[in-house]
Design a protein around this ligand. Structure first.
Ligand code: EPZ
Length: 418
């Protein structure tokens, strides 16, 4: 198992480029199943989860070709409209093929994801949404079997709770349903709007994507398209926080500042100077001492849960007490114990972590548990005195493209050992 070895205490300086968004690319790859024509996707990040999704669409029957960050998919014959357990257990987002398969083939057999490190991760909202569109869904042997032999019928679907991939799954089912579908309490993440842009390029009729109400007029067929995936706002935020935590001077290029307003505001409250030198760059510097700031994770446009762990690492260096409240997932504080082993002072009370700082961080051997917790350990290692060794680095590779070369490019002393 790979490890990352980091020699901390060096400020990140210079410019780093972000890759395409993993969480926009995953639904986009699933959307290719909705047409037998060729779809070209650009700026696809080369990360493990994308590899898993490409394996899944190939298993279903699509032809896939990859050249650098360009992926071409042609889902002419879908012999196996299913997502087997071996694939789904490694990536919950495999459930994103449920909607496209029911919409295109009238049936789907998808393994239940099972829990993961950060929580139970059920897909009940995906299932009830499909049932509203007329699918018959039953659960057997750990699989969801969905059938809509005479197609799907548009309907009003109100999500009990906001779900990003639940909204995306349903959107991909609705585009080929008969009549109109209105999705209420829809997720407003930029990745939902990016998926809608791709579907629209394929011929879908969608209004309101990116707001909490999405209106879809079903069409009989979708065609091919070419689409460039939006930049990864979580990778962007991770680097910005890293620049602040190492008291460096870091510019992140190729990003969308508009996607990060909540983080930018919190960084500024914490005394970080955040500027926008050009429409697609953000720059961070820390003129003085870091101040304690409270964050509560919320659905977009609130503070992203995927940046909570990274921000917690930053707050270990801020003077005073910071309250970090996680409202989206039930178990997303795994990084706290590992940060504590590096010297952080963090107390967990249910959905809240109480961080008292600043406490000097010293390098240690730590273990990654989930994608974003691992990112926070990398950032802490960059700021810590001495050497940090992070085990189970495959978690990081799920969502960060070439992380050690990107960080080394802005001064970090970081290397991967087999
Ligand atoms: C997406 O996961 C992201 N993944 C996650 O990013 C992100 O943390 C999450 O949204 C929240 O922003 C992708 O887009 C591939 P949800 P998703 O459905 O869609 C509960 C990362 O690090 N829920 O919005 O699975 C659920 O348990 C990953 O890149 C149900 O109860 O999240 C959670 O508590 C981690 N029933 C809450 O809703 C359902 O049917 C929000 O989950 C679905 C969800």
């Amino acid at each position: 198992m790979d490890k990352l070895v980091i020699e901390g205490g060096i400020p990140l300086q210079g410019e780093v480029a972000v890759s395409g968004s993993k969480n926009a690319a995953l639904p986009a790859l699933a959307a290719c199943l909705l047409t037998s024509d060729r779809v070209i996707l650009n700026r696809i990040p080369q990360v493990r989860d994308i590899g898993t999704m490409l394996g899944l669409v190939r298993h279903i029957g699509a032809e896939v070709s990859v050249k650098g960050d360009r992926v071409t998919i042609r889902a002419a014959n879908l012999e196996h409209p299913e997502a087997p357990y071996e694939l789904v257990k490694t990536m919950r987002a495999s459930s994103l093929v449920l909607g496209p398969l029911v919409g295109r083939c009238g049936r789907a057999r998808v393994s239940l994801p099972g829990g993961c490190a950060i929580g139970a991760r059920p897909i009940n909202l995906h299932v009830s949404g499909l049932e509203r569109l007329g699918a018959e869904v039953r659960q057997e042997h750990g699989y969801i079997e969905a059938n809509a032999s005479n197609g799907l019928q548009g309907a009003n679907v109100q999500f009990d709770r906001i779900s990003v991939t639940g909204t995306e799954d349903l959107l991909m089912a609705a585009v080929l349903a008969r009549g109109e579908t209105v999705i209420g309490n829809a997720a407003r993440e930029p990745e939902v709007a990016d998926l809608a842009a791709l579907l629209t390029a394929m011929g879908a009729k969608i209004e309101g994507a990116g707001t909490s109400t999405i209106r879809v007029q079903g069409v009989a067929k979708l065609g091919g398209a070419e689409h460039t995936i939006i930049p990864d706002r979580i990778e962007t935020g991770t680097f910005l926080i890293g620049g602040a935590l190492t008291a460096g001077d870091l510019t992140v290029r190729g990003c969308v500042p508009e996607h990060l307003r909540a983080l930018i505001a919190k960084l500024q409250q914490a005394g970080v100077e955040v500027t926008e030198p050009s429409p697609d760059t953000l720059r961070v510097r820390v003129p003085g001492r870091l101040k304690n700031v409270d964050i509560t994770t919320e659905e977009h446009p609130g503070f992203a849960t995927d940046l909570q762990a990274q921000f917690m690492a930053l707050m270990t260096q801020a003077a005073g007490i910071s309250f970090v409240t996680e409202t989206i997932f039930e178990n997303r504080f795994m990084h706290a114990q590992e940060l504590a082993r590096m010297g952080a002072n963090i107390r967990l009370e249910g959905r809240q972590a109480i961080v008292a700082g600043p406490t000097p961080l010293s390098g240690a051997q730590v273990i990654a548990s989930d994608l974003r917790a691992s990112a926070s350990l990398v950032l802490a290692g960059l700021a810590a005195r001495g050497e940090t060794v992070i085990d189970r680095v495959y978690h990081i590779d799920r969502g960060y493209e070439k992380i050690e070369s990107k960080l080394a490019g802005v001064g970090a002393r970081i290397r991967r050992i087999e």
